[in-house]
Design a protein around this ligand. Sequence first.
Ligand code: ATP
Ligand code: MG
Length: 340
Amino acid sequence: MPMIATEELTKIYRGAIKAVDQVTFEVEKGEIFGFLGPNGAGKTTTIKVLTTLLRPTAGRAEVAGYDVERLPREVRDRIGYVGQNIGVDELATGRENLSLYGHLYRLDSKTIRSRVEHLLALVDLTGQEDRLIKTYSGGMRKRLDIAMGLIHHPQVLFLDEPTVGLDPQTRAHIWDYIRALRTEQGITIFLTTHYMDEADHLVDRIAIIDYGRIVALGTPAKLKSEISGDVVTLSLAVDRPDELDSAIQQTCALIADQPFIRQLQRRDSDLNVYVDNGEYAIPLLMRSLEGKGIVVRSISLARPSLDDVFLKHTGHTIRDEEGQPTSWAQMLRDSRRRQH
Ligand SMILES: Nc1ncnc2c1ncn2[C@@H]1O[C@H](COP(=O)(O)OP(=O)(O)OP(=O)(O)O)[C@@H](O)[C@H]1O
Ligand SMILES: [Mg+2]
């Protein structure tokens, strides 16, 4: 039995914002599963539906074997939820916050005492439990948040952006704690992130979500392997920043007809050229641009990353705050496709 199963799950907010759009996936017991997507993609909304805080508009979701709409109490008893902005009491200690959560779940005092000790040890806060939260660092708070989500021994833990805003070292520590939950306690973990490295290093499988839809799903390795070949990144030299758009456009027009090019995609101020064999393609690319007034500042060759996977499936980078597709490069490709 999967621990989480959804079928065409949809959430439309009043005002007709389709935040989650026919999302279907399953998460197995003991798996660390991630939703990777930009701001506004629908990650928190999905978590809120799965944790019974919001009702779905259409479709179905089961958590720990129970339907979230029909049996929300059964679901709530079996899950922990660490939200994006968790409500800890700044003027209470770590121990007091944890105990309060235990009481909210109606655990008896003896159970609470023993679980609090155990959880403090689990997230490495033993010795810090009697300090006020307002004196905790960001990483300590996050560890306490995770411990709070675990007080009632849930089978599934939902973590909404567990490492947002933390420095790289602290983030790596949080990853270790999350991994330990899975190996030591067999807890199934569903997390959301907009960090590529988190998706790449922490999760077993990821779903890439954009505008409420899952556009790709699989292990990070599998998703990367689906982009076979190499990525050649061209960085152009221009005199003035406002000349960059037309330089990139001109470059696309000059190289688009080369048979070895699979796809052209702008990434920020660079142009990504997806090819079968980079070493073969680079000299041919340089030759096509020679004497055409295009100055290449740098050219680099790499294997596809999750960034490339994201770009391929969504047409934009995750950092692209506006979520605007770099449509002209895509249009160029589409028009070529239609000719074939
Ligand atoms: N209560 C609400 N009422 C109306 N629209 C909402 C509400 N909550 C979220 N939305 C909209 O639904 C869409 C998805 O939002 P959601 O918070 O699920 O995204 P997210 O992927 O968690 O983003 P972020 O990375 O910023 O946390 C957005 O367009 C958002 O503006
Ligand atoms: Mg969110």
